[in-house]
Write a protein of this length. Structure first.
Length: 260
């Protein structure tokens, strides 16, 4: 079985991390397959939303630690790993011009937690936990953790999560605003599919532009953000979906967006 499963249905590209016996710990092969899946999501117009999840009882336990030989005399340069694999992955997730739902089906640890946070809407099973496991290894939160955490939950909570490396329950993650919502375990797959399908039937171009605006805001002044909104709205206003949205409103019916 491939270590990342990819399928397309009803406009949703589902990507499933598939090394359940290792709680979907990431290795270079998985990074390669993930990259291919995201490139496919960009390139195929019929794909209008992405759903990322994990097989088995975990979502993703971060970097595969078993593949690390820390006993050798030659020091390992972890920056190479981040530069080659994790940073491009996080950048790709954030820049993908289509919405990404992450269904966190179980523990999300280390880079696994932060990859989830790089997605646009995170929905988690109530039994799932988020663990910034890095401090247990003497490492710094990576895969965007030091960017996402303070912005999502504030410096005090981000620091607690980073330094203590304690598991945060899905419910608490929802209360803190770290994720969109926590749902009963038995309902996760269905709810996540529903969410992804709703997005796949939405105004794809408008969604992509909204992502751009919201993610740019953290580094922008209000003035810069207003200018950006003006420019992105110009683009959105030229889409067929905008025309359809206004027409549907006037005709008192639901819009039928084509993602164009
Ligand atoms: C694993 C892993 C794992 C291998 C569970 N690797 N086997 C980026 C770039 C460069 C360098 C460094 O780092 C990074 C980013 C990072 O992600 S660093 C952080 C790496 N991740 C972690 O530190 C988490 C390690 N795992 C855990 O702390 C626990 O496994 C968690 C809390 C995730 C789950 O605990 P349990 O539910 O008690 O499960 P378990 O520990 O029994 O794990 C089940 C199996 O999965 C077990 O294998 P085994 O053969 O004994 O049944 C684990 O060894 C394996 N596993 N995580 N990251």
């Amino acid at each position: 079985m491939p270590s990342v499963l990819v399928s397309v249905d009803a406009g949703v590209l589902t990507v499933t991390l598939n090394r359940p016996e290792k709680l979907n710990a990431l290795n270079p092969e998985m990074h390669r397959l993930l990259r291919g899946a995201l490139e496919r999501a960009i390139g195929e117009p019929e794909i209008r939303a992405v759903l990322l999840t994990g097989a088995g009882r975990g979502f993703c336990s971060g970097q595969d630690l078993a593949e690390r030989d820390v006993t050798s005399a030659a020091p390992i340069d972890l920056a190479v790993w981040l530069g080659e694999h994790y940073n491009p992955l996080v950048r790709r997730l954030r820049a993908l011009p289509k919405p990404i739902v992450c269904a966190v089906n179980g523990v999300a640890a280390g880079a696994g937690a932060n990859i989830a946070l790089a997605c646009d809407l995170v929905i988690a099973a109530r039994s799932a936990t988020f663990v910034q496991a890095f401090a247990r290894l003497g490492l710094v939160p990576d895969a965007g953790g030091t960017y996402f955490l303070p912005r999502l939950v504030g410096t005090a909570r981000a620091m607690g999560l980073a330094l203590l490396a304690e598991p945060l329950s899905a419910e608490r993650a929802e209360q803190w605003g770290l994720i969109w919502k926590a749902v009963d375990d038995a309902r996760l797959a269905e709810e996540a599919q529903k969410l992804a399908r709703t997005l796949a039937n939405g105004p794809t171009r408008g969604y992509g532009l909204a992502k751009k605006a919201i993610y740019a805001s953290a580094g922008n002044s209000l003035d810069a953000q207003l200018d950006l909104e003006r420019d992105l709205q110009r683009e959105a206003g030229l889409s067929e979906d905008y025309r359809e949205g206004v027409t549907a409103f006037k005709e008192k019916r639901s819009p039928r967006f084509q993602g164009k």
